[in-house]
Design a protein around this ligand. Structure first.
Ligand code: AMP
Length: 379
């Protein structure tokens, strides 16, 4: 079985690793260079996209920012899952908000902005503080402005206007700043028959909009239920096939959607060690028309992102049930280079592991590890 993935980054690489035991071969289409390559070995094949589409049994995507004509070409093959609409919705906050409203899933109140008068309207309707975001270009907190008070409006608008002027294709959204207690996400998968399987809800920590740490531990039943409900509604609305991630703000026990990712997601990397069928395998199973695997957790799990570090101290691997996953990328400041996964027999033992790891992972590069470890041990 051959699966073509639009994108040639770490998510395609991890799909390739998960596919091998199932005898599923993964080929990547590097959207930037137009090359077809092996996502692991980086071997470039002398092939066109048309040939790769014809040779594939199924097509999927590892990111959202894919040219429209490529999406249409894949869609026309009838083998593209989750399909053009889902990928476009994931890559455009305005489309995403419209879908959330249509599906009846709560999200932060917002206003679309294309001119200064719209910002004034947003301030009047939503009030301060506001988070202003690009609809199409932003990820990992990029392309965002915070607006706290009237005094800052002119400065922030100058930056937003410059952004809009530089690229006529982009639009802007203003959201009410949500006073959340924590950020959580759910990773779910839907197969071609409409069966759904959901991984345990994950607690996520971000620094400057970038995920640093995920924890999959016992979560309140009502939170899990809300996440399942949101997944089911959105997956049905899109007739979705594959893995989808939904990121939420938890506001006093009510989940409000921040973002949808129509693909495997960084906050689901813990499933590689924490479950018997990780998100990458389940995504391949779904798009290949195979039965889904178990999404049940083996035990409390955690994932630590390695950001802008070319290596980690070898001692990390001396902690039991801890492993690392590297993406084979050149090191740049802040870049996602790899991650560290761990699974434990109990939350207290997971806390012990995090504390043990914090001795080798400096807090400035790996924020939250010692703190979350201590909390888990005290809980
Ligand atoms: P995003 O790129 O939309 O995921 O935003 C990156 C991070 O900014 C999120 O993980 C939140 O920590 C924060 N953020 C985004 N939107 C809001 C909002 N409406 N209210 C509060 N915080 C937000």
């Amino acid at each position: 079985m051959n699966i073509l993935v639009l994108g040639a980054g770490q998510l395609a690489r991890m799909m390739s690793l998960a596919g091998a035991p199932l005898n599923i071969g993964v080929l990547s289409y590097d959207v930037g260079s137009g090359q077809l390559l092996h996502p692991l070995t980086r071997h470039v094949f002398d092939q066109t996209l048309v040939q790769a589409i014809a040779d594939s049994d199924a097509i999927t995507a590892e990111f959202e920012h894919i040219p429209d004509e490529v999406l249409s070409q894949c869609e026309a093959s009838g083998k593209f899952y989750p399909g053009k609409q889902a990928v476009k919705v994931g890559g455009d906050r305005a489309l995403e908000k419209a879908l959330l409203e249509q599906a009846g899933v709560p999200c932060a109140a917002y206003q679309l902005i294309t001119e200064r008068a719209h910002l004034d309207l947003a301030i009047a309707v939503l009030g301060f503080p506001l988070v202003i975001k690009t609809c199409q270009a932003g990820y990992d907190g990029k392309g965002q402005w915070r607006l706290y008070a009237e005094a800052d409006v002119a400065t922030v608008w100058a930056q937003v206007a410059a952004f809009l002027a530089a690229d006529a294709l982009h639009s802007i959204i203003a959201e009410r700043m949500v006073p959340f207690q924590r950020e959580v996400s759910v990773i779910g998968v839907r197969d071609r028959l409409g069966n759904i399987a959901i991984y345990p809800v994950t607690e996520n920590e971000h620094v400057n909009g970038v995920l640093t740490l995920s924890l999959a531990k016992a979560i309140e039943g009502e939170i899990h239920q809300q996440a399942v409900e949101a997944f089911s509604r959105l997956a049905s609305a899109l007739d979705y096939i594959g893995v989808m991630a939904i990121e939420f703000f938890d506001v006093d026990g009510q989940l409000i959607v921040n973002e949808i990712a129509p693909r495997v997601h960084n906050s689901g990397h813990w499933t590689q060690q924490g479950t018997l069928c990780c998100q990458f395998e389940n995504h391949l199973r779904a798009v290949a028309g195979l039965p889904l695997g178990s999404t049940e957790a083996i035990g409390p799990s955690a994932m630590i992102n390695v950001l802008g570090q070319a290596s980690i101290p070898a001692e990390v691997l001396s902690v039991a049930n801890v492993t690392s996953h590297w993406y084979g990328k050149a090191c740049r400041p802040g870049r996602k280079m790899g991650h560290i996964n761990m699974v434990a027999g109990s939350e207290a033992l997971l806390g012990e592991k995090l504390l043990a790891l914090s001795a080798f992972l400096p807090g400035e590069s790996y924020p939250g590890v010692a703190q979350r470890g201590g909390e888990l041990m005290r809980e």
